[in-house]
Design a protein around this ligand. Structure first.
Ligand code: ADP
Ligand code: MG
Length: 333
Protein backbone atom coordinates (compact mmCIF):
# COMPACT_ATOMS: atom_id res chain seq x y z
CA UNK A 1 0.00 0.00 0.00
CA UNK A 2 0.98 3.60 -0.38
CA UNK A 3 1.15 4.11 3.36
CA UNK A 4 3.39 1.09 3.88
CA UNK A 5 5.70 2.18 1.10
CA UNK A 6 5.92 5.71 2.33
CA UNK A 7 6.89 4.40 5.71
CA UNK A 8 9.34 1.82 4.43
CA UNK A 9 11.10 4.23 2.10
CA UNK A 10 12.25 6.31 5.01
CA UNK A 11 13.67 3.42 6.91
CA UNK A 12 17.13 3.29 5.46
CA UNK A 13 20.06 4.78 7.29
CA UNK A 14 22.26 5.70 4.39
CA UNK A 15 25.14 7.56 6.03
CA UNK A 16 26.07 9.56 9.15
CA UNK A 17 24.13 12.55 7.84
CA UNK A 18 20.89 10.54 7.87
CA UNK A 19 21.49 9.65 11.51
CA UNK A 20 22.10 13.28 12.43
CA UNK A 21 18.94 14.37 10.62
CA UNK A 22 16.71 11.87 12.41
CA UNK A 23 18.22 12.43 15.83
CA UNK A 24 18.17 16.22 15.52
CA UNK A 25 14.56 16.15 14.38
CA UNK A 26 13.68 14.13 17.46
CA UNK A 27 15.37 16.76 19.63
CA UNK A 28 13.34 19.50 17.95
CA UNK A 29 10.16 17.44 18.31
CA UNK A 30 10.97 17.16 22.02
CA UNK A 31 10.95 20.95 22.28
CA UNK A 32 14.69 21.44 22.72
CA UNK A 33 15.97 25.01 22.70
CA UNK A 34 19.61 23.95 22.59
CA UNK A 35 21.18 21.06 20.69
CA UNK A 36 24.86 20.13 20.75
CA UNK A 37 26.22 17.85 18.06
CA UNK A 38 29.58 16.24 18.63
CA UNK A 39 30.99 13.89 16.00
CA UNK A 40 34.18 12.00 15.31
CA UNK A 41 35.51 10.51 12.13
CA UNK A 42 32.93 12.15 9.89
CA UNK A 43 30.22 10.72 12.13
CA UNK A 44 31.16 7.10 11.43
CA UNK A 45 33.08 6.66 14.65
CA UNK A 46 30.80 8.73 16.86
CA UNK A 47 27.72 10.92 16.71
CA UNK A 48 26.66 12.34 20.05
CA UNK A 49 23.68 14.67 20.16
CA UNK A 50 22.60 16.25 23.39
CA UNK A 51 19.40 18.27 23.81
CA UNK A 52 17.53 20.03 26.59
CA UNK A 53 14.11 18.84 25.42
CA UNK A 54 11.41 17.07 27.35
CA UNK A 55 13.46 13.90 27.90
CA UNK A 56 12.12 10.37 28.23
CA UNK A 57 11.05 8.51 31.36
CA UNK A 58 13.06 5.28 31.95
CA UNK A 59 10.34 2.96 30.65
CA UNK A 60 10.28 4.78 27.31
CA UNK A 61 13.94 4.19 26.55
CA UNK A 62 13.63 0.57 25.34
CA UNK A 63 10.42 1.49 23.50
CA UNK A 64 12.12 4.32 21.68
CA UNK A 65 14.62 1.82 20.26
CA UNK A 66 11.99 -0.74 19.26
CA UNK A 67 10.55 -0.88 15.78
CA UNK A 68 7.09 0.66 15.30
CA UNK A 69 6.65 0.99 19.03
CA UNK A 70 6.12 4.71 18.82
CA UNK A 71 4.53 5.14 15.42
CA UNK A 72 2.07 7.97 15.62
CA UNK A 73 0.57 7.04 12.27
CA UNK A 74 -2.71 5.21 12.13
CA UNK A 75 -4.02 6.25 8.74
CA UNK A 76 -3.02 8.10 5.62
CA UNK A 77 -5.01 11.07 6.88
CA UNK A 78 -2.81 11.04 9.96
CA UNK A 79 0.26 10.99 7.78
CA UNK A 80 -0.98 14.08 5.98
CA UNK A 81 -2.01 15.90 9.11
CA UNK A 82 1.00 15.11 11.27
CA UNK A 83 2.71 18.22 12.49
CA UNK A 84 5.87 16.90 14.06
CA UNK A 85 8.97 16.02 12.10
CA UNK A 86 9.05 12.40 13.27
CA UNK A 87 6.22 10.22 12.15
CA UNK A 88 7.37 6.70 11.47
CA UNK A 89 8.59 5.52 14.88
CA UNK A 90 11.39 3.78 13.03
CA UNK A 91 14.43 6.00 13.06
CA UNK A 92 16.02 5.00 16.34
CA UNK A 93 15.23 1.33 15.70
CA UNK A 94 16.88 1.54 12.29
CA UNK A 95 19.89 3.40 13.66
CA UNK A 96 20.21 0.95 16.54
CA UNK A 97 20.24 -2.00 14.18
CA UNK A 98 23.38 -0.75 12.41
CA UNK A 99 25.36 0.82 15.25
CA UNK A 100 26.10 0.84 18.96
CA UNK A 101 23.32 3.07 20.25
CA UNK A 102 23.01 4.56 23.72
CA UNK A 103 20.19 6.79 24.91
CA UNK A 104 20.62 8.74 28.10
CA UNK A 105 17.68 10.81 29.18
CA UNK A 106 15.93 12.58 31.97
CA UNK A 107 12.30 13.70 31.82
CA UNK A 108 12.40 15.26 35.25
CA UNK A 109 12.18 19.04 35.26
CA UNK A 110 14.27 19.24 38.37
CA UNK A 111 17.02 17.61 36.37
CA UNK A 112 17.93 15.10 39.05
CA UNK A 113 18.33 11.48 38.09
CA UNK A 114 18.44 10.19 34.55
CA UNK A 115 18.73 6.79 32.92
CA UNK A 116 20.48 5.20 30.04
CA UNK A 117 19.84 2.25 27.74
CA UNK A 118 22.01 0.73 25.05
CA UNK A 119 21.69 -1.66 22.20
CA UNK A 120 24.24 -3.07 19.83
CA UNK A 121 23.21 -4.01 16.32
CA UNK A 122 20.34 -6.46 16.26
CA UNK A 123 21.06 -7.41 19.84
CA UNK A 124 18.00 -5.80 21.40
CA UNK A 125 18.51 -6.94 24.94
CA UNK A 126 18.07 -3.47 26.36
CA UNK A 127 18.93 -2.85 30.00
CA UNK A 128 17.96 0.45 31.61
CA UNK A 129 20.43 1.76 34.19
CA UNK A 130 20.55 4.93 36.24
CA UNK A 131 22.81 7.54 34.65
CA UNK A 132 22.93 11.20 35.65
CA UNK A 133 21.69 13.62 32.99
CA UNK A 134 20.10 17.07 33.15
CA UNK A 135 16.59 17.33 31.71
CA UNK A 136 16.79 16.32 28.07
CA UNK A 137 18.35 13.55 26.06
CA UNK A 138 21.74 12.47 24.77
CA UNK A 139 21.81 10.07 21.86
CA UNK A 140 25.13 8.41 21.19
CA UNK A 141 25.71 6.47 17.99
CA UNK A 142 29.05 4.69 17.75
CA UNK A 143 30.63 2.67 14.96
CA UNK A 144 27.97 3.15 12.33
CA UNK A 145 27.60 0.10 10.06
CA UNK A 146 30.04 -1.93 12.22
CA UNK A 147 27.85 -4.97 11.54
CA UNK A 148 26.96 -4.21 7.92
CA UNK A 149 30.23 -4.13 5.93
CA UNK A 150 28.28 -3.83 2.67
CA UNK A 151 26.87 -0.49 3.69
CA UNK A 152 30.13 0.64 5.22
CA UNK A 153 31.73 0.18 1.82
CA UNK A 154 29.47 2.87 0.39
CA UNK A 155 30.71 5.49 2.83
CA UNK A 156 32.93 8.16 1.30
CA UNK A 157 35.88 9.92 2.88
CA UNK A 158 35.65 11.33 6.38
CA UNK A 159 35.56 14.83 4.91
CA UNK A 160 32.74 14.05 2.49
CA UNK A 161 30.65 12.37 5.16
CA UNK A 162 31.24 15.29 7.48
CA UNK A 163 30.21 17.75 4.77
CA UNK A 164 26.90 15.95 4.31
CA UNK A 165 26.38 15.90 8.04
CA UNK A 166 27.23 19.58 8.39
CA UNK A 167 24.74 20.38 5.65
CA UNK A 168 21.98 18.71 7.67
CA UNK A 169 22.89 20.81 10.70
CA UNK A 170 22.98 23.98 8.60
CA UNK A 171 19.53 23.36 7.16
CA UNK A 172 17.99 22.77 10.55
CA UNK A 173 19.86 25.76 11.98
CA UNK A 174 18.42 27.94 9.21
CA UNK A 175 14.94 26.62 9.90
CA UNK A 176 14.97 27.16 13.67
CA UNK A 177 16.42 30.49 14.75
CA UNK A 178 14.82 29.94 18.16
CA UNK A 179 17.12 26.99 18.88
CA UNK A 180 20.83 27.21 19.74
CA UNK A 181 23.04 24.76 17.85
CA UNK A 182 26.63 23.71 18.11
CA UNK A 183 28.62 21.35 15.94
CA UNK A 184 32.02 19.87 16.80
CA UNK A 185 34.11 17.57 14.69
CA UNK A 186 37.06 15.67 16.14
CA UNK A 187 37.09 18.05 19.09
CA UNK A 188 37.09 21.19 16.96
CA UNK A 189 34.17 23.63 17.09
CA UNK A 190 32.75 24.10 13.59
CA UNK A 191 29.56 26.02 14.40
CA UNK A 192 28.38 27.75 17.52
CA UNK A 193 25.02 29.39 16.95
CA UNK A 194 23.14 31.33 19.59
CA UNK A 195 19.37 31.38 19.48
CA UNK A 196 17.51 34.58 18.62
CA UNK A 197 14.61 35.49 16.39
CA UNK A 198 15.02 39.22 15.81
CA UNK A 199 15.88 40.12 12.24
CA UNK A 200 19.40 41.12 13.29
CA UNK A 201 19.93 37.80 15.04
CA UNK A 202 18.54 35.87 12.11
CA UNK A 203 20.78 37.81 9.78
CA UNK A 204 23.79 37.02 11.94
CA UNK A 205 23.00 33.33 11.86
CA UNK A 206 22.55 33.30 8.09
CA UNK A 207 25.88 35.11 7.72
CA UNK A 208 27.58 32.55 9.96
CA UNK A 209 26.03 29.55 8.27
CA UNK A 210 26.23 30.77 4.66
CA UNK A 211 29.37 32.83 4.95
CA UNK A 212 29.79 36.60 5.41
CA UNK A 213 30.38 37.08 1.67
CA UNK A 214 26.81 36.04 0.95
CA UNK A 215 25.28 38.34 3.53
CA UNK A 216 27.40 41.33 2.52
CA UNK A 217 25.73 41.54 -0.85
CA UNK A 218 22.38 39.85 -0.18
CA UNK A 219 19.16 41.79 -0.15
CA UNK A 220 16.30 41.18 2.23
CA UNK A 221 13.04 40.24 0.57
CA UNK A 222 9.63 40.33 2.15
CA UNK A 223 6.28 40.08 0.43
CA UNK A 224 2.85 39.03 1.48
CA UNK A 225 -0.50 38.39 -0.15
CA UNK A 226 -3.48 36.79 1.57
CA UNK A 227 -2.47 33.23 2.51
CA UNK A 228 1.15 33.51 1.34
CA UNK A 229 4.25 35.12 2.79
CA UNK A 230 7.78 35.04 1.42
CA UNK A 231 10.80 36.41 3.26
CA UNK A 232 14.51 35.91 3.38
CA UNK A 233 17.73 36.83 1.63
CA UNK A 234 18.65 36.62 -1.99
CA UNK A 235 22.10 37.07 -3.46
CA UNK A 236 22.42 39.60 -6.21
CA UNK A 237 22.62 38.06 -9.66
CA UNK A 238 26.29 39.04 -9.79
CA UNK A 239 27.13 37.03 -6.67
CA UNK A 240 28.31 33.58 -7.53
CA UNK A 241 29.50 30.67 -5.52
CA UNK A 242 31.93 28.73 -7.59
CA UNK A 243 31.07 25.23 -6.48
CA UNK A 244 28.53 24.32 -3.86
CA UNK A 245 25.03 25.63 -4.25
CA UNK A 246 23.86 28.07 -1.68
CA UNK A 247 20.18 27.52 -2.17
CA UNK A 248 17.91 27.09 0.80
CA UNK A 249 14.17 27.19 0.47
CA UNK A 250 11.95 26.47 3.44
CA UNK A 251 8.22 25.83 3.23
CA UNK A 252 6.52 26.24 6.58
CA UNK A 253 9.86 25.74 8.29
CA UNK A 254 10.97 22.65 6.38
CA UNK A 255 13.72 22.60 3.83
CA UNK A 256 12.36 21.78 0.40
CA UNK A 257 13.81 20.96 -2.98
CA UNK A 258 11.05 21.48 -5.44
CA UNK A 259 11.06 21.92 -9.20
CA UNK A 260 8.26 24.44 -9.21
CA UNK A 261 10.01 26.63 -6.65
CA UNK A 262 13.40 26.28 -8.33
CA UNK A 263 11.81 27.30 -11.60
CA UNK A 264 10.12 30.37 -10.13
CA UNK A 265 13.36 31.55 -8.54
CA UNK A 266 15.40 30.94 -11.66
CA UNK A 267 12.85 32.74 -13.83
CA UNK A 268 12.99 35.80 -11.59
CA UNK A 269 16.79 35.94 -11.81
CA UNK A 270 16.88 35.29 -15.51
CA UNK A 271 14.30 37.93 -16.18
CA UNK A 272 16.25 40.61 -14.36
CA UNK A 273 19.85 39.84 -15.04
CA UNK A 274 21.23 36.39 -14.99
CA UNK A 275 24.59 35.22 -16.25
CA UNK A 276 23.90 31.54 -16.01
CA UNK A 277 25.32 31.30 -12.52
CA UNK A 278 23.52 29.53 -9.74
CA UNK A 279 21.44 32.00 -7.80
CA UNK A 280 22.15 32.03 -4.05
CA UNK A 281 19.28 32.39 -1.62
CA UNK A 282 17.85 31.62 1.80
CA UNK A 283 14.10 31.94 1.50
CA UNK A 284 11.12 31.13 3.66
CA UNK A 285 7.65 30.57 2.28
CA UNK A 286 4.78 30.45 4.71
CA UNK A 287 1.35 29.30 3.68
CA UNK A 288 -1.73 27.66 5.08
CA UNK A 289 -0.66 24.04 5.87
CA UNK A 290 -3.89 22.84 4.28
CA UNK A 291 -2.63 24.13 0.94
CA UNK A 292 0.53 22.05 0.93
CA UNK A 293 1.23 18.35 1.30
CA UNK A 294 4.69 17.96 2.81
CA UNK A 295 4.58 14.20 3.03
CA UNK A 296 4.87 13.39 -0.64
CA UNK A 297 8.13 11.68 0.24
CA UNK A 298 9.13 10.57 3.73
CA UNK A 299 12.36 12.52 3.65
CA UNK A 300 10.07 15.50 3.19
CA UNK A 301 12.26 17.35 0.75
CA UNK A 302 9.35 17.40 -1.64
CA UNK A 303 6.05 19.17 -1.41
CA UNK A 304 2.88 19.26 -3.39
CA UNK A 305 1.01 22.53 -3.54
CA UNK A 306 -2.73 22.55 -3.96
CA UNK A 307 -2.37 25.60 -6.18
CA UNK A 308 1.12 25.42 -7.65
CA UNK A 309 0.44 28.13 -10.18
CA UNK A 310 -0.32 30.85 -7.69
CA UNK A 311 2.65 29.80 -5.52
CA UNK A 312 4.90 30.01 -8.58
CA UNK A 313 3.54 33.39 -9.56
CA UNK A 314 3.89 34.72 -6.05
CA UNK A 315 7.52 33.63 -5.69
CA UNK A 316 8.40 34.88 -9.14
CA UNK A 317 6.82 38.29 -8.72
CA UNK A 318 8.18 38.81 -5.18
CA UNK A 319 11.74 38.08 -6.25
CA UNK A 320 11.45 39.82 -9.56
CA UNK A 321 10.39 43.04 -7.90
CA UNK A 322 13.12 42.85 -5.25
CA UNK A 323 15.86 42.11 -7.78
CA UNK A 324 14.69 44.68 -10.30
CA UNK A 325 14.72 47.33 -7.58
CA UNK A 326 18.42 46.91 -6.91
CA UNK A 327 19.60 46.36 -10.46
CA UNK A 328 22.34 48.88 -11.13
CA UNK A 329 21.43 51.37 -13.86
CA UNK A 330 24.41 50.47 -16.03
CA UNK A 331 23.22 46.90 -16.20
CA UNK A 332 19.81 47.73 -17.61
CA UNK A 333 19.29 46.01 -20.94
P1 ADP B 1 9.57 9.02 15.66
O1 ADP B 1 10.37 10.27 15.80
O2 ADP B 1 9.16 8.79 14.26
O3 ADP B 1 8.47 8.85 16.66
P2 ADP B 1 12.03 7.76 16.38
O4 ADP B 1 12.54 6.38 16.22
O5 ADP B 1 12.80 8.85 15.73
O6 ADP B 1 10.54 7.77 15.90
O7 ADP B 1 11.90 8.10 17.91
C1 ADP B 1 11.15 7.22 18.72
C2 ADP B 1 10.56 7.93 19.92
O8 ADP B 1 11.56 8.16 20.91
C3 ADP B 1 9.96 9.30 19.65
O9 ADP B 1 8.63 9.21 19.21
C4 ADP B 1 10.05 9.96 21.03
O10 ADP B 1 8.95 9.57 21.79
C5 ADP B 1 11.28 9.35 21.62
N1 ADP B 1 12.45 10.23 21.45
C6 ADP B 1 13.46 10.08 20.55
N2 ADP B 1 14.38 11.05 20.68
C7 ADP B 1 13.94 11.84 21.68
C8 ADP B 1 14.46 13.03 22.29
N3 ADP B 1 15.62 13.59 21.89
N4 ADP B 1 13.77 13.57 23.31
C9 ADP B 1 12.61 13.00 23.74
N5 ADP B 1 12.07 11.89 23.21
C10 ADP B 1 12.73 11.31 22.18
MG1 MG C 1 12.08 10.64 14.75
Amino acid sequence: TRLANQIAAGEVVERPASVVKEVLENSLDAGATRVDVDVEGGGVKLIRIRDNGSGMPPDDLPLAMARHATSKIVSLEDLEAVGSLGFRGEALASIGSVSRLTLTSNADEEGSGGNSASCEGRDMDVVVKPAPHPQGTTVEVRDLFFNTPARRKFLRTEKTEFNHLEEVVKRLALSRFDVAFSLRHNGRTIHQLKSGTSQAEQQRRVATVCGPAFMEQAIYVENEVPGLRLWGWVGLPTFSRSQADLQYFFVNGRVIRDKLIAHAVKQAYRDVLYHGRHPAFVLYLELDPALVDVNVHPTKHEVRFRDGRSVHNFIFSSLHRALADVRPADQLP
